[in-house]
Design a protein around this ligand. Sequence first.
Ligand code: NAD
Length: 242
Amino acid sequence: MGHAHFDFTGEVAIVTGGASGIGRAIVEALANAGARVHAFDKHFDSGIAGAVVCHTVDLKDPHAPAKLALRVLALEGRIDHLVNNAGITRDAVLWKLEDAAWDEVLDVNLGASFRMLRAVVPPMRQRGKGRIVQIASINGLRGKLGQANYSASKAGVIALTRTAARELGHFGITVNAIAPGLIETPMTAGLPLEVRERAKNETASGRLGQPTDVASAVLFLLSEAAAHITGTVLPVDGGQLA
Ligand code: NAD
């Protein structure tokens, strides 16, 4: 799928969780649209084509976002876009959910997103412009069996998005969230067939989502076409919530 109608030439983007699945599709789409992309991830199995710089980092390290934002600034002199995409699941029904699984999911999905935001906002404020997209989930907008930690983290991401949009709007910075439905990635590859079938049956489109479906929506929200859109949550779910 092409994103040729968006032109990010000369712009600098950070994408967390950029090695796999949705993040990788976002990295590739941005690079194809002319951006210089900095992908942050725990590990990169293979190189990514185009103007992409890969940074190996564990975002559970609370100091990593500030350090890496400074490194990108030193290399590029600007940060135009942040896509907070890194995320994990540690599913269990809540009476079996251990503290460690609660803490880890909240820390990676919500805590790291907050720390990334805090790190990129000062240079964006200074330039009077910035675009931030956070990858939430439809399960942050509804309850989901076995995902108390994940749903709470994604609902938190949505609340963080709305507050950040209010705080940053008059500095020329927009902050939006995307709520994907079930997307075919390594994260969902191990789900039982009946879970995937149930999700497919929930859609109006009759198919599961692909990483490029999410990447298209991200590029739109990062583009000038979305200049007056902020604080919103855009489901990319084939109608799962409809
Ligand atoms: P994925 O597992 O394929 O990719 C996630 C990436 O994040 C991986 O490359 C992983 O290494 C990275 N990551 C995880 N923890 C990290 C850490 N501590 N430090 C650095 N990098 C880390 O998953 P995906 O399906 O592409 O998910 C991407 C985002 O989309 C996540 O936030 C996920 O919650 C969200 N999402 C996915 C779906 C889906 O159905 N796949 C649905 C809704 C929302």
